[in-house]
Design a protein around this ligand. Sequence first.
Ligand SMILES: Cc1ncc(COP(=O)(O)O)c(C=O)c1O
Length: 316
Amino acid sequence: MRKILRNVTDFICNTPLIELSNTWNGDGKNGRLYAKMEFIQPGCSVKDRAALQIIKDAYKNGRLTAGQPVVEMTSGNMGAGLAVVCGAMKNPFIATMSEGNSIERVKILEALGAKVIRVPQADGTPGMVTGSDIARAVEKALEIAKERNAFYVDQFNNPSNVAGHYLTTGPEIWNDLDGNIDAFVASVGTGATFVGTSRFLKEKRKSIFCAPAEPEGAAILKKGFVVNPKHIIQGTGYSMVPPQWDPGLVDDVITVTDEEVEMQTRLLARDEGLYVGYSSGANVCAALKLLKSGILKGNPVVVTVLCDTAYKYSTL
Ligand SMILES: Cc1ncc(COP(=O)(O)O)c(C=O)c1O
């Protein structure tokens, strides 16, 4: 990381790993648990790196030009990342967002210069956004993209989303640990964090155990069906297999309940001083289940992701 930054985009990527030594086994004899501090980026989430890759690639391949508007459906974090990057690049940014996402998220995007269009929920409730709610917000984004001749980001289908993690998150983890990693755990929204990072890590060493984390009631990856699409892990668990999903990277799927996630998220703040959001709690919860399962032999090193900050939520 440079000491003097040209602009805010230079502060995206290169996040540190932190050992969660008050959460798992401070003496390091039964494995170590590390988490990547994604919430310290300018948009305060893991999505900054994907946003930067998407915009950089869109300029490179001519799909985006100077001053052209950018449109995306977002649960908030991709929106914040895009608002930061588009602000720096001087492209106007319009976000469509389900009304189920917290109002704090809308305010953040507006403060960052984005125009936010809120879309009524299909079957979710405030704080609990379902796959059908997302579909509605996507429809609205497509409509606006057509009207405004805007670049439609399409994070679920855009390969640059996965590439951002393949090119940055994976190599950063590998290099920071000098290749001393046995497992990677991440929750799944578009799936880019899990797929991009796991693909890179498995190319380095196929035996690295890669496990997505899912809400217990919406465990489409684990069970193939959904019992309850509502859960507290905003930004993940949309009750569908993401279009860029790669089942060949999955060694096991770990499910977590809302109660476990809520508790773990609070413990991260209390015990580690890490005031992070629910998907971070879900990731740590799943990583702990993996460590306790005994599947990993020896003194395993497990890495997960602290996706965003709890300051984005009114309920924590
Ligand atoms: C809070 C949070 N956690 C996790 C994720 C999942 O990231 P990905 O889309 O790379 O699967 C997201 C995605 O928006 C998110 O907002």
